[in-house]
Design a protein around this ligand. Sequence first.
Ligand code: ATR
Length: 287
Amino acid sequence: VTAAAWPTPSGNILLGVIGCPISHSKSPVMHTAGLKALGIPGAYVPLHVTPDKVGETIQAIRTLNFRGINVTLPHKLAVIEHLDKVDRAAEAIGAVNTIVNDNGVLTGYNTDGIGYVRSLKSEAVSDLSGRRILIIGAGGASRGIIDALLQENPSAVIIANRDKEKAKRLAEDWKSRGDLKGVGLDEIGRYIAGTDVLINTTSVGMHPNIEGLPIDPDIIPEGIVVSDLIYNPLHTRLLLESRSRRGCIIHGGVGMFIHQGAYALEYWTGRPAPVDAMREALLSSLG
Ligand code: ATR
């Protein structure tokens, strides 16, 4: 542990998540299990924070000596101006999901992208270097994983989006880091050949609209890795049909959620996260 901010004088570690709404968040159940498995006394609490109270809340983190905070929608961008430091990746993405408090000095990180890549590598494809990646979607979720994917040295990253201009802008933002190209979703048939890893970052197929498909599974090359950031349902129609019709290796979004939390817990405690205990708690709360 690097910080004197933890343990607090009471001997506990104080952690939480801010968002609006927050009652649906699965982070408290997952991190509470994580703390318990590590044998660390403390608490991880959901904090309902409206947009007008973000600045005051960040100040309260310092006052109350919280060791760390996760940040969820809609505050991932708004917290940045209230922090003392922002990590390079979080700065590039333009969003913070994890804050670490070192004796009143607050640093913002983004563990979504690195959490996603750790999950993808542990569950579906151990080495991404030299692989050709096709990402569907160019919104916040797509932005969140691109930086971490480029760290793995893929041979190319194609971003296909319904709004083609948005895909082109996203590719342009990271062009110094690799071979990126933004294309229209309607052009995907021209770019899909040679893809090793296909990633859906759109909300198409998410509960309750589980019949949705971001692309026609019939055009997916056989046997490739197909990943979906959606975790409700655990396996989207895209994943199920890619596997049954194209023999693909599939990867759902729940691992990303677990590993973004695992990285955060590691930053706060300085200890390897008890990933299995966190997964078990999350899955049983999902029912
Ligand atoms: P998030 O932060 O979850 O990425 P977002 O920033 O609103 O949310 O982005 C949603 C993404 O899903 C976008 O890429 C969006 O495409 P557009 O930019 O063209 O809107 C994509 N998306 C949402 N609904 C879609 C649909 N029915 N078909 C195809 N793409 C869709």
